[in-house]
Design a protein around this ligand. Structure first.
Ligand code: ADP
Ligand code: MG
Length: 241
């Protein structure tokens, strides 16, 4: 163990082993969220449900508004198949969203195995960013940071570092992207919690260093607030060794 790694949470190792035993090389969203939580990354509270009745109960327990999303080992981009409904405000909305998601998925991916529908607290809107981890064939574990949406997809405005990182490197990653002004506050917008964001980048670095089975992590998006951050989606891909 070097100075960058803390002890590896047993829960994280269990999640990976269970997936590998089932020959699944992409964790389900609830598994990926449990894994990153074990490393101290804040995510949305959630419950996986398998009927409208379950989903209604979960939504009431979480409190409205909620988000519903498909949980399937065969679907990694949930929006693409109509598998995400945000901003659901009441019981009627849960029923409609649940049925629409099932209908969309059955139509677009009739062979997909469905593990259920995740009901999540709806995180308040703020600036969305992406924090990623990958294993470069030449340089080994690395981390990536960028602003969400078109900034990454069209402008490729991202920064990379080889893991493990020191805190100053995580801060540099945030400051060096062209769009970093968005995070620092201008005119009427409040400055966002760059310290918490840097900590999230360090935690992803720690995950990549600690768990060699992980090939790729994609926290897209992480929502950044004036105080704190929250990962609302998590995708983790395992190596086929
Ligand atoms: P995917 O990337 O697989 O299409 P996401 O889980 O990222 O699915 O959901 C799509 C979008 O919906 C996110 O980029 C985010 O803007 C929004 N979203 C998802 N979950 C939540 C949530 N719990 N709270 C607020 N917004 C959410
Ligand atoms: Mg996403």
């Amino acid at each position: 163990m070097n100075k960058f790694t803390t002890s590896i949470p047993t829960k994280a190792q269990d999640i990976i082993q269970k997936a590998l035993q089932n020959k699944r090389y992409e964790l389900l969203e609830p598994e990926a969220k449990e894994l990153i939580e074990a490393f101290g990354i804040t995510t949305t509270r959630h419950t996986v449900t398998s009927s409208v009745t379950d989903a209604l109960q979960a939504a009431t327990a979480l409190g409205y508004p909620v988000v519903l999303k498909i949980v399937s080992p065969d679907i990694s981009h949930k929006t693409d198949v109509g598998g995400v409904k945000v901003g659901i405000r009441d019981d009627a909305g849960v029923k409609i969203a649940y049925e629409e998601i099932m209908k969309n998925v059955n139509m677009k991916m009739p062979d997909a195995r469905i593990h259920g529908i995740i009901v999540e607290e709806m995180a308040a809107p703020s600036t969305e960013v992406i924090v990623g981890g990958l294993r470069d064939p030449q340089f080994g574990p690395a981390v990536m940071f960028g602003l969400g949406g078109i900034f990454v997809e069209i402008y490729k405005d991202v920064s990379f570092r080889i893991a493990p990182l020191e805190e100053y490197e995580a801060l540099d990653m945030i400051h060096e992207i062209k769009g970093s002004k968005v995070l620092k506050g201008f005119r009427n917008t409040e400055a966002l919690d760059i310290t918490a964001l840097a900590q999230t980048i360090l935690k992803v670095s720690n995950i990549m260093i600690s768990l060699e089975e992980i090939k790729e992590i994609d926290l897209n998006p992480v929502i950044v607030y004036p105080k704190g951050v929250k990962a609302v989606d998590a995708r983790i891909i395992l190596s086929r060794l």
